[in-house]
Design a protein around this ligand. Structure first.
Ligand code: NOJ
Length: 559
């Protein structure tokens, strides 16, 4: 086994290529654009880029519907552009991990084109084809993107399964030939020199055969596929096979997007013995907004719940498996708007969120724009939405569920994925310096105030806080290895915790309110060294009180 654990000290930066940097003025971010920003990423200090899909794709779900796993989408450039980006990144000591989207392909992938031709086609069994029941789909499952999870193909009269859009048919992992095709493709990218994979909804790949109906919650139109296709019966077997056949032969990092993962499951996916993946993304904190089975709710996050969920994962995986740490990604709204304060305390709360997350145990992920404090955007009408999830949900909720349009607009403004997909804000010129043309999605109107140019080089900026957090992680082993102890678990004002090894101790205290608050500092941390504070001065390190959205990191060498 060649796998080492360099990724435990690494910080990952996620790039959503469509929205990062456009080099040719067509309004769509591209690979040469990314290459041109590698020095920016080096200045930030990150070690790894997670590149959201750049493969050939009809773009029904912005690249998460792949029609050729070994080709680059011409909108993003060429394979030569990709090779150049990889070489330039490696030259700067930055690794690149690819998005591996193999729960489903695009319906325009050659495998599916063949598969749908007729029932006897050799590719038929690459996907889930079933007969309907009395003119209805084979079971009651709903798709993540609204509507049923089945589509009827006129050709054969059979239905195919798609847990996401109908242009994203689910691959049949029960078929060993499908698995071998996928492993082969993975080897092809690894041989090219990529440094690992982020695996899209990898917890969905094994389905309970027989595909039984799922439970239907109140107010829901379809059954939940979760019990029969999340953390399914063979998922660990498949991942162990993939590890044995592919991953174990390379020095890579892998992170599974494991929606529906529990602590017990994570201990299998990301076990310390590395038989499956390096780490997983859990979704419990992101799902705190879910109410009545949907994220399209008015629910606000309660700090107590947030602390308890984060602490549960910190202590639950300690010594057994490895956590990934994130507030944001391309599927989540901006963290300042969700957990912080995007009004008066925009800057302080952005820094506090950085401190709070980056001092925990695990590998942190920074989503493009998070390092400069980008916030949720403004949608003036449904025509502003670009995301298939939001567009479908808007129709389903307003037309089929009777939710008033203004209420649904508000909910999408709060939780919609397009919040994360507005152009990266580079400077205060046209379209935030993202493109010289017309951007595929409008820039957040606040780009004149919030942009990278204003912050890089300014030691008091949010960007500088991210730099500082990355440095602290590298310098102090306790950040990687220390035990995590949550303080004040039932309080709803601050998120504070201890990290501790045999010879080092950290206290991290973060005020999540606009008030000045008292925090109990353990006796042995009184008067210790201040490693970071988001206010200019902290009088003594004694912390008599935390000012609005103040965060502080105290350090003590025990011996
Ligand atoms: C999870 C991805 O992160 C999301 O963007 C995508 O829509 C679905 N998987 C389907 O691939």
């Amino acid at each position: 086994m060649k796998q080492t654990q360099w990724w435990k000290k690494a910080v990952v930066y996620q790039i959503y290529p469509r929205s990062f940097c456009d080099s040719n003025g067509d309004g769509i971010g591209d690979i040469p654009g990314i290459t041109s920003k590698l020095d920016y990423l080096k200045t930030l200090g990150i070690d790894v880029i997670w590149l959201s899909p750049v493969y050939a794709s009809p773009g029904d779900d912005n690249g998460y519907d792949i029609s050729d796993y070994r080709a680059i989408n011409p909108e993003f450039g060429t394979m030569a552009d990709f090779d150049e980006m990889l070489a330039q990144a490696h030259k700067r000591g930055i690794r690149i991990i690819m998005d591996l989207v193999v729960n489903h392909s695009s319906d325009e992938h050659e495998w599916f084109i063949q598969s749908r031709k007729d029932k006897t086609n050799p590719y038929r069994d690459y996907y889930y084809w079933r007969d309907g029941k009395d003119g209805a789909p084979p079971n009651n499952w709903g798709s993540v993107f609204s509507g049923p999870a089945w589509d009827c193909d006129e050709n054969s009269g059979q239905y195919y399964l798609h847990l996401f859009s109908k242009k994203q048919p689910d691959l049949n992992w029960e078929n060993p030939i499908v698995r071998e095709e996928i492993y082969d493709m993975m080897r092809w990218w690894l041989d090219k020199g990529v440094d690992g994979f982020r695996m899209d909804v990898i917890s969905f790949i094994s389905k309970v055969q027989g595909l039984p109906d799922g439970p239907v919650s109140e107010g829901m139109l379809y059954g939940d596929f979760g019990p029969y296709s999340v953390n399914g019966p063979r998922v660990h077997e498949f991942l162990r096979e993939m590890n044995c056949e592919v991953l174990s032969k390379y020095d890579v990092m892998t992170v599974g997007e494991t929606a529906g993962v529990t602590i017990e499951e994570a201990k299998k996916y990301a076990a310390a013995d590395l038989r499956e993946l390096s780490m997983v993304f859990q979704f419990e904190h992101s799902c705190l907004v879910v109410k009545d089975g949907t994220k399209w709710s008015d629910k606000k996050i309660d700090l107590r719940e947030l602390k308890q969920v984060m602490a549960k994962w910190q202590t639950g995986l300690e010594g057994k498996a490895w956590n990934s740490l994130y507030w944001e990604n391309h599927d989540q709204p901006r963290s300042i708007s969700r957990y912080g304060d995007d009004g008066e305390y925009w800057e302080k709360s952005a820094k506090t969120l950085a401190v709070c997350l980056h001092m925990m145990q695990g590998t942190p992920y920074i989503y493009q724009g998070q390092e400069i404090g980008m916030t949720n955007t403004v949608f003036n009408s449904p025509d502003d939405f670009r995301d298939i999830e939001a567009i479908n949900a808007y129709h389903e909720f307003t037309q089929e569920k009777g939710i008033p349009e203004d209420v649904m607009m508000r909910r999408i403004a709060k939780e919609g994925r397009d919040n994360a997909r507005t152009p990266m804000q580079w400077d205060d010129s046209h379209s935030a310096g993202f493109t010289s043309g017309e951007p595929w999605i409008q820039a957040n109107p606040n780009y004149k105030e919030i942009n990278a140019q204003k912050q890089v080089g300014d030691t008091k900026s949010i960007f500088a806080t991210y730099q500082a957090m990355i440095r602290l992680r590298k310098e102090f082993d306790v950040v990687t290895n220390g035990k995590f102890i949550l303080l004040d678990p039932d309080g709803d004002k601050h998120f504070s915790y201890i990290r501790e090894t045999g010879n080092e101790k950290l206290l991290i205290a973060c005020n999540f309110t606009r008030e000045e608050i008292q925090v109990e500092v353990p006796e042995d941390m009184q008067g210790s060294e201040v490693l970071y504070c988001n206010y200019e001065t902290n009088p003594s390190g004694k912390m008599p009180a935390l000012r609005p959205w103040e965060s502080i990191v105290l350090y003590k060498l025990k011996k």
